[in-house]
Write a protein that binds this ligand. Structure first.
Ligand code: NCD
Length: 359
């Protein structure tokens, strides 16, 4: 069964096919209007969302399909203690495809292990957000005409921002990508992305805490909000929340063709004075999110049982009772799942579900 849990579940060819299909939908909307007639999408949202849930809903409706689900887990059996796996087994009897957002990292992965229908990860904790990545790639393609050979700056909360983690993973498969990581010390990109993705895949990256210094060289500036809800320590949040703000003065330092992306919602990291700048692509990006989700739903429904579109092969997990995942937000510490691990770059052992480093 083909699912989308992590951006690396798609080959570069599959990503390019989804982006190309989204572009074809833009050119020929009418051809796709009934393509999901009599099909149902379930949206299981255990965490707040406006854009992602509504864009999945709008995408399925535009394809002529129907949508069911919940946006508040208090209204679902999760409130009675049902596990994620039991919930998807049940929902698989009602729906043809499931989009799931969950605050616990690895929840969509364990769901996919038992699901009879494709699972789409619509964001799990700070970990991964592959459909935002497809949105971002389509936006870069439409704004700049290419995805290869770009210098992209990620600014803000690179530590907890799952959209950043997923986009870097996907971009690592393209040619000539240079990454500039713009963040204060407290919000730097997790080591596992730097080591397992950038270093392994040969993506050139550098770190800085100055947007002024970085902005002139960028083709894409990817702004992010500080993820307040993921901080365990309130004081730490207060210290970092206003550090890097994009305003008209900084836009004047940038290239004429630079594109500003933001997964939204924004808080105060982009001043509204930037919105009218033609380089501000973040509202166009929202529209792209719906289009690329239309393309993804069509693709997964086509690919789900096609042997040419399987999930990537992974080495067997390491099961060792002496090892322990220390991430309180990992599924293995919230539901009864066998702790599993994998050996990553530089001999580091990581949790199978959430990728955190095991000491
Ligand atoms: C992002 C998310 O949920 O991770 N938003 C989105 O999906 N459009 C970014 C965020 O919440 O800051």
């Amino acid at each position: 069964m083909k699912h989308l849990i992590d951006p690396t579940d798609l080959t570069k060819k599959e990503i390019d096919e989804i982006v190309a299909l989204a572009e074809d939908i833009i050119a020929h909307r009418e051809r796709y209007q009934g393509s999901m007639a009599h099909k149902k999408l379930a949206t299981l949202f255990y965490e707040p969302s406006t854009r992602t849930r509504l864009s999945f809903t709008a995408a399925m409706m535009e394809l002529g399909g129907q949508v069911l689900g919940f946006s508040n887990p208090q209204n679902s059996s999760a409130a009675k203690g049902e596990t994620v796996q039991d919930t998807v087994r049940v929902v698989g009897c009602f729906a043809d495809i499931i989009a799931m957002r969950h605050p616990i990292e690895g929840a969509p992965l364990v769901a996919s292990e038992v699901s009879s229908v494709p699972i789409i990860n619509a964001g799990d904790g700070s970990h991964s957000h592959p459909t935002q990545t497809l949105t971002d790639l389509l936006t870069i393609k439409r704004e700049l005409g290419r995805i290869d050979d770009i210098t992209i700056g990620f600014c803000g909360d690179l530590r907890f921002g799952r959209t950043v983690h997923s986009l870097i993973k996907a971009l690592s498969r393209y040619h000539g990508i240079k990454v500039v990581l713009i963040a204060p010390d407290e919000l730097r990109l997790p080591d596992y992305i730097k080591q397992d993705v950038c270093e392994k895949m040969g993506v050139a990256y550098r770190e800085t805490d100055s947007l002024d210094e970085a902005i002139p060289e960028l083709d894409v500036l990817y702004m992010t909000r500080v993820q307040k809800e993921r901080f365990l320590d309130e004081d730490e949040f207060d210290r970092v929340k206003d550090g890097l703000v994009l305003d008209a003065r900084r836009m004047a330092l940038a290239k004429e063709k630079m594109a500003v992306l933001h997964p939204l919602p924004r808080v105060n990291e982009i001043l509204t004075e930037v919105d009218e700048d033609p380089r501000a692509a973040y509202f166009r990006q929202v529209e792209n999110g719906k289009l690329v989700r239309m393309a993804l739903i069509i693709s997964l429904m086509e690919w789900k049982d096609d042997p040419a579109h399987t999930m990537p092969e992974h080495e067997a997990p390491i099961v060792n009772p002496a090892l322990h995942c220390a991430n309180a937000k990992c599924i293995c510490n919230n539901e009864k799942h066998e702790p599993r691990f994998r050996l990553a770059e530089n001999g580091i052992t990581r949790c199978w579900y959430c990728d955190s480093k095991v000491r």
